[in-house]
Design a protein around this ligand. Structure first.
Ligand code: ARG
Length: 563
């Protein structure tokens, strides 16, 4: 319910010669203090046309307003403050959400158009890093958010499954590897081989040449090279899948870098046709001086293609396949330059849809303030983090609610949900330090706190054990319920803001505010008291659970009904 619009229409009737409803609407402000009401209109802009002091205009305007939904108007200096009729607004808001349920806040901006989201995209034979976790959960939340506003998300895992590192891996495996060991622990073992390659290569420079030769063989479809590559890929993917299953995140496509191997000649041809290629010390490049960017390296001097060449092919492929309205890339901040170059080259190729591509960058996860590095094998293993989060959650459940049914399952939902929520609650560009014990707290600004609030609200409804009457009286007028009502009412705007900024944290922060407001309400009112407002209060509780559940769903966090 847009009561701001209602106020705007009401004001506009009295100033119709000078302002449109839209203009009035845009002038309206949300007062910082409750004692100044719910909406404020500044009268400054009318001073000229009325040839009066804004104070006077405000005073006169305040007297003319008369509407069921407006309880009171108050001129304060050059402002008119509007106090909404809490009873009327509460009833309208509650009726709306009760009718729409999970669909509350759905928008139609997307018109069913496709939005590919490049997300997760770990590298074969290397562990999924915390950075890939961020990409996975941010991408997944964005997919849910774009869907909520009417687009069709296409979740693409652009696996790092091609590149010169595979030459190195083949050499290392042939020299020192064993099939059983790789099978037992694929990624740990392949990483070991990779690290060993670099150690030995520091002394033995021939090794790099061998690696290059093997990568060349791979590019030329050599049988042995290809079968080893396929094997490394499938063993790694098996391990990645375990993590995706724990997170309960699925993909629509696993077309990684290798998928574009046969699509790059065309890219190079297109670049040639547009006369965009030049040679620099044997390498083929696109000059991007006009964009204040370093040249994009399309082919090395030995003819090998690069990361950006594959991304060019991928961007074109996605436009052709999905005819996208937007194309998103949830990839760390450190690749900003790469995505600027990518867009610039596509613009040079006259693809105006390059404007619809958005890099969604995010900051680093640190530990003890330090950057985590994959090189030299210094990594946090995600699977371990998720398992540990689950045991921490279980310990808290054992303490608080030892007789809970399905404890293990709930602990998973809480522990893993906590990690996801923590990742999403900060503005995505911020770096943040990861301390698991803080992440899995039931109190504070955490996912478990939101989950707990929802479970508590559900238990209130169970306890009341009455049929909610949505047609009945839904009036509420106390200040605590009003805070909850206002938040519930703003949910559709929150969804749109999260979409416009590509910022899941908007929803995570909102769910914390709603939880806090709800808990305050619960602490200050006798929700279960048997009086004539019982039904209205319970519908408010129900509405809160609907919104908390929908917020958590958008973030990719489960909402257990008891915990
Ligand atoms: N595999 C890359 C990495 O781990 C991320 C790929 C991002 N997506 C893309 N289309 N470039 O750094």
């Amino acid at each position: 319910m847009d009561y701001k619009l209602l106020v705007a229409k009401e004001i506009q009737q009295h100033v119709s010669e000078h302002l449109t409803v839209d203009e009035v609407y845009n002038l309206l402000e949300a007062p910082k203090h409750v004692e100044h009401g719910d909406v404020a209109f500044p009268a400054f802009s009318l001073a000229k046309v009325f040839r009066k002091a804004p104070q006077m205009i405000a005073g006169e305007l305040a007297e003319k307003i008369n509407h069921d939904f407006i309880a009171k108007t108050e001129p304060v200096g050059p402002y008119v403050n509007f106090f909404m009729n809490k009873n009327e607004v509460s009833a309208a808001v509650l009726r709306e959400i009760a009718a729409e349920k999970g669909a509350y806040g759905d928008a139609k901006v997307g018109n069913g158009q496709n939005v590919p989201i490049d997300m997760s995209s770990p590298n074969i034979a290397k562990p999924i890093s915390m950075g890939h976790l961020r990409s996975t959960v941010i991408g997944n939340a964005l997919a849910n958010i774009v869907e909520k506003v009417g687009y069709k998300p296409v979740k693409i895992n652009h696996l790092g499954d091609w590149g010169t590192q595979f030459g190195k891996l083949i050499v290392a495996y042939k020299k020192w590897g064993s099939e059983e060991e790789v099978k037992a622990e694929p990624i740990a073992e392949l990483l070991k081989l990779y690290v060993r390659f670099h150690e030995v290569a520091e002394e033995d420079t021939d090794l790099e040449d061998e690696a290059r030769a093997w990568f060349k063989k791979l590019e030329d479809n050599d049988e042995e090279a290809t079968s080893l590559w396929k094997w490394f890929r499938s063993e790694s993917l098996k391990e990645f899948m375990k993590i995706y299953e724990m997170l309960d995140i699925t993909f629509d496509s696993f077309n990684g870098e290798a998928f574009y191997n046969d699509k790059m000649d065309e890219v190079v041809e297109l670049l040639e046709e547009k006369n965009l290629l030049t040679t620099d010390r044997g390498a083929t490049i696109v000059n991007l001086d006009a964009y204040n960017l370093n040249p994009a390296l399309i082919k090395k001097s030995d003819g090998a293609t690069l990361y950006i060449t594959r991304d060019l092919a991928a961007a074109i492929y996605r436009k052709r396949t999905y005819d996208f309205a937007l194309s998103l890339y949830a990839v760390g901040n450190e690749q900003s330059n790469h995505f600027k170059q990518l867009k610039a080259v596509l613009k040079e190729m006259d693809f105006d849809w390059a404007e619809d591509m958005h890099h969604i960058p995010f900051g680093l996860i640190t530990q003890g303030g330090k950057k985590l590095s994959t090189r030299k094998g210094k990594v946090i293993l995600l699977e371990e983090v998720l398992n540990e989060a689950t045991s921490l959650a279980l310990a808290q459940i054992n303490e608080k609610n030892p007789t809970l049914e399905d404890k293990e399952e709930v602990a998973k939902q809480v522990g893993i949900g906590a990690v996801i929520f923590h990742d999403l609650k900060n503005d995505r560009l911020n770096n943040f330090d990861f301390v698991l014990e803080e992440v899995v707290q039931f109190e504070g600004e955490t996912g478990p706190y939101v989950q707990y609030t929802n479970a508590r609200a559900l238990s209130i409804l169970r306890k009341a054990n009455v049929e909610l009457d949505l047609e009945g009286d839904l009036n509420l007028d106390d200040e605590y319920s009003w805070e909850v009502i206002k938040l519930i009412n703003s949910f559709p705007d929150i969804v749109l803001t999260a979409f416009e900024k590509f910022e899941p944290s908007v929803i995570a922060k909102y769910s914390l505010h709603l939880s806090q407001a709800f808990n305050k309400y619960y602490g200050n009112s006798r929700v279960l008291n048997e009086d004539e407002q019982l039904n209205a209060r319970l519908v408010l509780v129900k509405a809160t659970t609907l919104i908390l559940q929908e917020s958590l769903r958008l973030l990719g966090v489960k909402a257990p009904s008891q915990m």
